[in-house]
Design a protein around this ligand. Sequence first.
Ligand SMILES: Cc1cc2nc3c(=O)[nH]c(=O)nc-3n(C[C@H](O)[C@H](O)[C@H](O)COP(=O)(O)OP(=O)(O)OC[C@H]3O[C@@H](n4cnc5c(N)ncnc54)[C@H](O)[C@@H]3O)c2cc1C
Ligand SMILES: NC(=O)c1ccc[n+]([C@@H]2O[C@H](COP(=O)([O-])OP(=O)(O)OC[C@H]3O[C@@H](n4cnc5c(N)ncnc54)[C@H](O)[C@@H]3O)[C@@H](O)[C@H]2O)c1
Length: 496
Amino acid sequence: MSTPEQYDAIIIGSGEGGKYLAWHLASQGKKVANIEDKRLGGACPNIACLPSKNVIHSAKVASFFQRGAEFGIVHGKWHVDMEAVSARRQRMIDGLRDMHLNNYAKSKAEIVMGFGRFLAEKTVEVALNAGGTRTLRSDYIFLDTGSRATIDPIAGLAESAPMTHIEALELTILPEHLLVLGGGFIGLELAQAMRRFGSNVTIVERNPTLVHREDPDVTEALHQLFADEGIDIVTNASVTRVEGTSGKSVIVHLGDGARLEGTHLLVATGRTPNTQNMGLDLVGIKTTPSGHFQVNDRLETTAPGVWAMGDSAGSPHFTHISFDDFRIIRDNLAGANRTTKNRHVPSVTFTDPELSHVGLTENEAKKQGTAYRLGKIPMAAALRTRTLDETRGFMKVLIAPDDRILGFTALGPGVGELLPVIQLAMSADLPYTAVHNLILTHPTLSEGFINLFNTAQRNPHSNQTQANHSIPTNGRATSDPLSQQGTHATKWPPHA
Ligand SMILES: Cc1cc2nc3c(=O)[nH]c(=O)nc-3n(C[C@H](O)[C@H](O)[C@H](O)COP(=O)(O)OP(=O)(O)OC[C@H]3O[C@@H](n4cnc5c(N)ncnc54)[C@H](O)[C@@H]3O)c2cc1C
Ligand SMILES: NC(=O)c1ccc[n+]([C@@H]2O[C@H](COP(=O)([O-])OP(=O)(O)OC[C@H]3O[C@@H](n4cnc5c(N)ncnc54)[C@H](O)[C@@H]3O)[C@@H](O)[C@H]2O)c1
C-alpha cells in the first residue's frame, strides 16, 4: 500500500447526499475528497430525475400539439423529432454539470474520479478512471453509492439487452412498440412519455395493478388515464422468458402462455444498491439482506467513523431523501441528535396529471387500525383545473380525531406543488383548520383545499365508514359532468 494521503473527510459517491456533504464540509475549510466513478453529481441530474422530467415535459408539449384544436389552436403538420428531444435533455445536463463543477471549485472539495473501496480501516483505495490508484485515509468516511436498475434473472432477459432508464432517456429514435417491464414510478413516467411521442406501449406488471401499494381509487384512476392514452396494461404477469433483442424485435413470454411482442424493451422493476466490491468485510461494514449498507437511524454503519446515506443506505429512493440524509449527518457532526425516525417521505410520480402523496394512505390507515376522517374532492372542484381543461383526478386527505392531518394524496395537474402546505401543517402538528381557514388565492389549485376540508368536516371519524365522496357543483350544477369521471355526484357546499 502506498503512503495514504490524509483527508479530513472522504465521501464515496457524488449523489445528492454525498455532494452536498462534500460542499458543506469543504466550505468549512475541511480537506475533502469526493470519489465518483461515473457521473459527477450522481444519478439525479445525469440519468434519473431531471433528465426524465425534461423528456416528460417534451412529451407534455407533444400532448398539447395533439390537443391543440381543443384549445382553439389549429396547427399544421407536426412531428416529434427525438434527436431534438434528446439534445434538449443533454443541454440541460451539460448546464447542470457546469453548476456542479462550479460548486466543487467554490467549496474547494476535491473530485477524485474513480472507483473507491476499503483497503483497511479508515483507508480507501481509488482505482482512478484515468489509470493508476490513489490511497486516501480519513477518520470520517461517508458512503453515498446509490443504486442501479435491477435486471431480474429471467431467462433471456439480460441477453435481450433491454434498455434501463439510462438508454430510454437517450433514445434518438421513436420505438415502434415499447414493452415496459414494471408498472412503478419509472414504468409509469416513461411509458406515458413514450406513448405521447407516438410509440405503441405495453406495460407488463407482476402485481394485480399498477403502483400496487397505492389506494384502490388511485390505481383505478391511473389505469383509466393510461387506457385513455392508449397504453396497454398487462397485470398479474409472470414473465417466464424473453426472446430476441431490444431495439430490433423482442418477445416477452408470460406464465399463462401469452406472448407480448415489441421492438424495444425497457426494464423498470426496481433498484439494486451499489454496495459490491467495496472491501466492506475488511472494515466490518455489514449489509442488509436487500444488499444496502446497514445503518442505524443516525445513518451510522456498523464500522466506527463510517456513515451511509441515500439509496445505498436503504433510505426511500428519492433525491430529496438523500438530501435529508445529508442534513441529518451534517447536523449530527455538529453535535445534534437527529434521526431518520418518523420523517415524512413526500413523493410525486411525474405522470400527467401528477400523483403526489405524503403521510398515511387509506390502505395504511386501515391496516394499522388508525381512525381517520376522509375529505375527498374531484380535481374539478379546484376551479383552476377547469381553466386548464385538466379536470381529471382528485384530492383526498385523512384527518385524525384531534384534527391533525394524517395523509394527503392528489392526482391532478401540478399537484406536487400542493405538498409543502400540507407537510408544514403535518410537521408543525397544526390542525387542518390552519390550512382550511387561510385566504387562498383564486383561482389557484391550492384553493381546492377549502373544498377538500369542507368535505372532511362533514364525514364521520372511522376507518370503517365509507366516506362521502362529495362532488362539488359550486352550488349550481346538479348534473355535474364530473359524475362521468368515475366519482359519485352528491351535494357540494361552496366555500364555508
Ligand atoms: C429514471 C429515474 C427517475 C427518478 N426520478 C426521481 C424524481 O423525480 N424525484 C426523486 O426524488 N427521485 C427520483 N429518482 C430517484 C433518485 O434518482 C435517487 O433516489 C437518487 O438519485 C439517489 O441519490 P443517491 O444520493 O442515493 O445516489 P446516486 O445519485 O445514485 O449517486 C451515487 C453515485 O455513486 C457512484 N458510485 C457508486 N459506487 C461507487 C464507488 N465504489 N466508488 C465511486 N463512486 C461510486 C455512482 O456511480 C453514482 O454516481 C429517479 C430515479 C430514476 C432511475
Ligand atoms: N418521481 C419520482 O420520484 C421517481 C421516479 C422514478 C423513480 N423513482 C425512484 O426509483 C425507484 C425505482 O423505480 P422503479 O420504477 O424501477 O421501481 P418501483 O419499485 O417503483 O416499481 C417497480 C415495479 O416493477 C414491478 N416488477 C418487479 N419485478 C417485475 C417483473 N419481473 N415483472 C413485472 N413487473 C415487475 C413491481 O411490482 C413494481 O410495480 C422508485 O421506487 C422510486 O423510489 C422515483
